[in-house]
Design a protein around this ligand. Structure first.
Ligand SMILES: O=C(O)CCC(=O)C(=O)O
Length: 226
């Protein structure tokens, strides 16, 4: 018999799935942040960036020292540049990495102002390049980070979500079409009780991921807060 929390997530997931299916028929052009039945903490905002801003950022990315992302002993195909508080795989500690360059600090300020939080709360920034055919597998972001905000650039992708506690229940998984220039927010349930992934990119795509520091680590079984 499923536990109450599973039943609740399953209910939310079913409602979210039907909402997203309906939304996808209108190509997710609208603003989903007010949608009542998305999993708690998931927001999607179309057209957050202008076309000019997107173009300027993509031109910046051409100058970045991208490197294949590593995870434990694996090397992923996506290429990344990390700034701010970063995880050092050697020592497994969080350390101060490269400071954000001015153009990325501007993006952070813009997102922070929109979110009504101090920019410094976003202690980490990541730029990721997905060449065609490059995926990101199922994962939940490191617990040292709190709220996660992502910006999509250059091409669309479909971001998938599945409940962390029962990842193989295919009926519970949902998908969100991320248009270029859109922004998503993950906090609360979607951040802590769900995993996400993106299947192989159909065309070159970039993302900027901003993460706050989790303000408090809680006992196992409880959720951290953003
Ligand atoms: O590209 C994205 O929008 C997702 C990035 C992501 O999930 C990650 O880097 O952990």
């Amino acid at each position: 018999m499923s536990r109450p929390v599973e039943q609740q997530v399953a209910r939310e997931s079913k409602a979210a799935r039907s909402m997203l299916l309906r939304m996808s028929t209108v190509h997710l052009e609208g603003d989903l942040f007010a949608a009542p039945c998305l999993p708690r903490g998931l927001e999607y905002h179309a057209d957050f960036l202008s076309r000019d801003d997107e173009q300027a950022l993509v031109a910046r990315f051409a100058t970045l020292p991208f490197r294949e992302a590593t995870f434990q002993q694996y090397t992923a195909r996506r290429r990344v540049v990390r700034y701010g508080r970063v995880h050092d795989p050697g020592t497994r500690a969080f350390v101060d990495g490269e400071p954000l360059p001015a153009w990325l600090a501007d993006v952070r300020s813009c997102v922070a102002t929109w979110r009504n939080v101090p920019a410094e709360r976003f202690v980490h920034a990541l730029v990721t390049e997905y060449r065609p055919g490059t995926p990101i597998g199922w994962h939940r972001d490191k617990p040292e980070y709190g709220m996660v905000i992502g910006l999509s650039l250059a091409s669309a992708c479909r971001m998938r979500f599945r409940p962390y506690d029962y990842p193989h229940d295919r009926r519970a998984a949902i998908a969100l079409e991320l248009a270029p220039r859109s922004l998503y927010v993950m906090e609360d349930d979607i951040r802590w009780r769900w995993q996400h992934s993106i299947p192989p990119a159909r065309a070159l795509r970039y993302s900027i991921t901003l993460r706050t520091q989790a303000v408090r680590r809680q006992a196992e079984g409880e959720r951290a807060v953003t």
